[in-house]
Design a protein. Structure first.
Length: 292
């Protein structure tokens, strides 16, 4: 990357921009040397843009003039993957593959219009809820915003399209009799303790599956949420820490739920003794470990 220098655009208003030239090496397809001029309002902004362009070039050169939506998502997923939780990355890949690439993947970025995006939303609404389509809008909008930062396009056409409003359906909760029937049905099941935990705490599925016995304080009657368990790209289970500090929390449990956990712990230990060395292949410490 060449040195970054300041340029005065307008001597009367003293408007200043910063500029640098990025050397992207030789394009293996044409044999020509590739250079790109980057400008910004500040030195920091210009150098940040240049670093992003260099990163993209090292991971696979794309000519912005011919880049398609598919090219964008190839690069965008690769660039953002290190910052995402496994479950989030998997959801983004699925949304892009099923609902964006499948419809407009071959469209060139430079030719994508607000009308194209609006028609995409209309097509998706034929089989998806407005809330789901809005999630897809947010993903496409974010990817296109980064394409603007990278210098691939000059504007984000999603900003000129109107996504559908989210569903505002009223939340449905179980009545006391329904809760009673559920607990009666779960009584005696090997995962009864997990069902009670889910019902009485409202913790997320990944947090529930990520609980270990070390997270249970039997004396205080509480559990500590320290991690979640999700399936990654290859369907392998992956541990992940909470996204925020607030996600790491302590939850007090009702006496009946604590008693259910004690029974589950006893049953798990008895099962471990009954199968002997075979139990060594079962992940240790997880509350949700099945015993059959």
């Amino acid at each position: 990357m060449a040195s970054t220098y300041k340029r005065t655009q307008n001597t009367r208003t003293n408007t200043v921009t910063w500029s640098t030239t990025v050397d992207l090496g030789v394009d293996p397809a044409t044999g020509k040397r590739r250079q790109k001029r980057i400008t910004g309002k500040t030195r920091k902004e210009t150098e940040r843009k240049a670093a992003e362009i260099i990163h993209l070039a090292e991971s696979g050169f794309i000519d912005p003039k011919n880049a398609t939506i598919n090219d964008l998502f190839d690069q965008w997923i690769a660039a953002t993957a290190p910052t995402l939780q496994p479950a989030t990355l998997r959801r983004y890949r699925d949304l892009a593959r099923l609902h964006i690439r499948a419809h407009v993947g071959g469209v060139k970025l430079a030719r994508l219009t607000p009308g194209d995006v609006q028609r995409l939303y209309a097509q998706l609404l034929e089989r998806l809820s407005p809330t789901s389509v809005r999630h897809i809008h947010n993903l496409l909008h974010t990817a296109l915003s980064d394409a603007v930062k990278w210098g691939w396009i000059t504007r984000n056409v999603c900003s000129a399209a109107t996504p559908p409003k989210r569903n505002r359906s009223e939340m449905t909760v179980w009545s006391t009799p329904e809760v009673g029937r559920f607990l009666a049905a779960a009584d005696g099941d090997e995962l009864e303790a997990l069902f009670r935990l889910a019902l009485t705490t409202g913790i997320r599925r990944g947090e529930l599956l990520g609980l270990k016995w070390a997270d249970v304080d039997f004396d205080a009657g509480a559990i500590a949420i320290r991690r979640s368990l999700h399936r990654g790209e290859t369907a392998r289970l992956i541990e992940a820490e909470p996204k925020t500090q607030a996600g790491r929390r302590r939850v007090t449990l009702p006496p009946a739920t604590m008693e259910s956990l004690r029974r589950h712990r006893t049953a798990q230990l008895e099962y471990r003794l009954s199968v002997g060395p075979v139990y060594s292949v079962i992940p240790m410490g997880w509350i949700a470990t099945k015993m059959a």
